[in-house]
Design a protein around this ligand. Structure first.
Ligand code: UD1
Length: 422
């Protein structure tokens, strides 16, 4: 298994291009199942999760061609040859559940294995199933699979989510585009990835109002047609690399970044003493003073502070002046990076959904282990700030969500290399 060697660094400078959003692409790709005409995505990220979704769609009979070195995905789902999303693929990635709504809406049948994915909590799919039931689907759980049927087609209905779920909102939104009549989705997720999905579906002929607000209204249509759509910028990759100059000093410009994608995160950076400026080509980030101040952070659904940036923010706060409290409200088991950061000399006390971080003057390099996607990149960020070498193992987690992490960080002067397993 490959690992990544990071050596503590001085100030960084230069530019980092930000890719299209993994999480947007993973919901835009299944949207191809809604139409028998081609759907082309541009600005796609080159990631193992995208290859997993490509394999999943291929197993259902869709054709996915990767063009321009993987940045363009040309997809076509003329005929579905299977309606079963198999355990062997689904277990690798939780987002596989997103084929359920589209298959059901198009052909009235779908069988999907219960998903795996990052080990950051129980992560059930009950909200997905309840939302599709509200559109008339019949669900049965058998042998680890969800068997869904809608013999007469889906019918518009009212869905009220008890709490916000990004994936369940996406599944419901895609399914509702082809349901007969009107669907109203209450307590819908408002993430930029939902807005991007809705924009693509509208290009395909769907009638959708309110994406980006808590109530989305969908007027079902007979059929959707082909479209070409650019994937929105990855706000999590953006936020991650914004933290590199915050941790190491220097100034880095994130190409393609916009404050609107990371508003709550920018507010916290500002409080910590990090200056974020909008430029013609993106966002420029530098420290306002030499020291970073401690801040308290609570993760929330968009537009709040994203849970997917909590681990990386913790890496910054490990060397801040004072005591920070991070509260995780989305996933119950998302502090697995804390013990690894502590191996590097961080002072962290995890108690339930809270982590108290007492800043230390300097982290020290150590061998550490990546436990999930965002945790792994937090260890790389911490390594950049540590004295000496940090060896991050199990970096296959990283490959799921960050393209060319080594090249991008080296481009701004970081001392980082990938050690290939022999
Ligand atoms: C998506 C993102 C993930 C991010 C998360 C929250 C993708 C591919 N992944 O995941 O990176 O961390 O949003 O911003 O877009 N829940 C249930 N029942 C359900 C569904 C969810 O209880 O049926 C719970 C989850 O366990 C979690 C909370 O709801 O505690 C929010 O999860 P959700 O927004 O659904 O996350 P994902 O869509 O899986």
């Amino acid at each position: 298994m490959d690992s990544i060697l990071v050596t503590g660094n001085g100030p960084l400078s230069g530019q980092i291009p930000i890719a299209g959003a993994k999480n947007a692409c993973l919901t835009l790709m299944p949207a191809t199942l809604l139409s028998d005409e081609p759907l082309t995505l541009t600005n796609a990220p080159r990631l193992s999760d995208i290859r997993t979704m490509t394999a999943l769609l291929g197993s259902l009979g869709a054709e996915v061609s990767t063009l321009q070195d993987g940045k363009v995905l040309a997809m076509s789902s003329h005929d579905l040859t299977s309606h079963t999303a198999d355990y062997d693929i689904v277990r690798k990635m939780r987002a596989s559940i997103l084929v359920l709504g589209p298959m059901l809406a198009r052909d009235g049948q779908a069988v999907v294995s219960l998903p795996g994915g990052c080990a950051i909590g129980a992560r059930p799919v009950d909200l997905h199933l309840r939302a599709l039931e509200a559109l008339g689907a019949q669900m049965e759980l058998k042998d680890g699979y969800v068997h869904a049927r809608a013999p007469g087609g889906l019918k518009g209905g009212r869905i009220d989510f008890p709490f916000v779920s990004v994936g369940a909102t996406e599944n419901a939104l895609m399914a509702a585009t082809l349901a007969k009549g009107t669907t109203v989705i209450g307590n819908a997720a408002r993430e930029p990835e939902i807005v991007d999905l809705a924009a693509c579906l509208v290009k395909m002929g769907a009638q959708i109002d309110g994406a980006g607000t808590g109530t989305i209204t969908v007027q079902g249509v007979e059929r959707l047609h082909g479209a070409t759509h650019p994937v929105v910028t990855d706000r999590i990759e953006l936020g991650t690399y914004m933290l590199a100059p915050a941790i190491c000093g220097g100034e880095v410009e994130l190409l393609g970044g916009r404050k609107a994608l990371v508003g709550a995160f920018c507010d916290k950076l500002d409080e910590a003493g990090i200056e974020v400026t909008e430029t013609e080509r993106g966002l420029s980030v530098k420290r306002r003073e030499d020291h970073v101040k401690a801040v308290n952070v609570t993760t929330e659904p968009f537009p709040g502070f994203p849970t997917d940036l909590q681990a990386q923010m913790m890496a910054l706060l490990c060397t801040a002046d004072g005591v920070s409290v991070l509260e995780e409200t989305i996933f119950e088991n998302r502090f697995m990076h804390a013990p690894e950061l502590m191996r590097m000399g961080a002072r962290i006390d995890v108690h339930g959904g809270h982590a108290t971080v007492t800043g230390v003057a300097q982290l020290k390099g150590a061998p550490v282990m990546a436990t999930d996607l965002r945790a792994s990149v937090s260890l790389i960020l911490a390594g950049l700030a540590a004295a000496g070498d940090t060896l991050v193992s199990r970096v296959y987690h990283l490959d799921r969500g960050y393209e060319h992490v080594v090249g991008k960080l080296r481009g701004v002067g970081a001392r980082i290399e990938r050690i290939h397993a022999t």
